[in-house]
Design a protein around this ligand. Structure first.
Ligand SMILES: Nc1ncnc2c1ncn2[C@@H]1O[C@H](COP(=O)(O)OP(=O)(O)OP(=O)(O)O)[C@@H](O)[C@H]1O
Length: 268
């Protein structure tokens, strides 16, 4: 049985501190006759921000769902904290998931709860903290994302950018070691995207952790990432430090990162 991570208890260490916290080994996934992941290998740098880029429909969100244990691979291993999440028992998988923070595209907030209750939700569900302890943590997170004044608002009455920040506060409330972002910039104008990117960098600098970010926005990738991974046709075709990716001579990497129509990447 894996140790339980709660906001009031220390988080158990990764078994081998040198091993990657999140590693995808030769993962295959098809839906019907559509082969999406085709032997994907990707070892994410610990305690860094990695952006995963790739053409639409290439399986980036599917990859995130594998990491968090929502989709099971047809073959291959999804290693998190030194365990194959799909070889763990269902109970252990549930415990592992508590060590993740996930920010879905629209914040995925509960529409019937105000911002405060949304952020407090994981603490109420997974810890035995008292309401006053919860208040201290929740208000701290809301302050960090600039939403103290909006704590009693419902998600439907705040802007898309505010919903994302609320989703971010909730994703971080359990002090996760791994935070996954599925297109955090979708639907945001360039200024709000830039502000959200600043917030991602700030929160990472403050709390650390292994961040994995899926986006289409090349500027976001350049600004926030330490590492860039590029997926094409279900395989990793490039992984390395951000500056190296942007200086790459590889025709596909160059075309994708420059957003050029000319190059090996077509509409298929
Ligand atoms: N549960 C599912 N059942 C069937 N097909 C699925 C399922 N989840 C994803 N797919 C298909 O897998 C493919 C990859 O989807 P995914 O959302 O991972 O792409 P993506 O790279 O994130 O794309 P985008 O950048 O456009 O968001 C798509 O064709 C999608 O329709």
């Amino acid at each position: 049985m894996l140790g339980e991570a709660t906001a009031t208890q220390p988080i158990p260490p990764v078994r081998d501190p040198g091993a990657p916290t999140v590693e995808i080994r030769e993962v295959y996934k098809s839906f019907g006759s559509f082969d999406i992941l085709r032997g994907l290998n990707l070892s994410f740098a610990n305690n860094a921000i990695t952006t995963v880029l790739g053409p639409s429909g290439t399986g980036k969100s599917v990859l995130l769902k594998h990491i968090v244990g929502l989709l099971e691979p047809d073959a291959g291993e999804v290693m998190v904290f030194g365990d194959d999440i799909w070889k763990a028992s269902e109970d252990d998988r549930y415990e592992l998931r508590k060590r993740f923070g996930v920010l879905f595209q629209d914040g995925a907030l509960f529409g019937s709860m105000d911002v405060y209750d949304n952020v407090a939700f994981p603490l109420r569900k997974h810890t035995s903290m008292t309401e006053s302890e919860i208040e201290e943590v929740v208000m701290g997170r809301l302050r960090e994302v600039g939403l103290e004044a909006a704590k009693n608002k419902e998600p439907g009455s705040i802007s898309g950018g505010m919903r994302k920040r609320a989703g971010f506060a909730r994703a971080l409330v359990m002090n996760p070691e791994v935070v996954l972002f599925d297109e955090p910039d979708s639907g945001l104008d360039p200024v709000r995207t830039s502000l959200l990117n600043d917030l991602i960098l700030q929160m990472h600098a403050e709390h650390g952790g292994t961040y994995v970010l899926v986006t289409h926005d090349i500027r976001t990738a350049r600004k926030v990432s330490d590492y860039v991974g590029l997926i094409w046709k279900g395989k990793l075709i490039h992984y390395g430090p951000t500056e190296e990716a942007f200086a790459s001579e590889d025709p596909f990497v160059r075309q994708f990162l420059a957003g050029d129509s000319a190059g090996p990447l077509g509409m298929d």
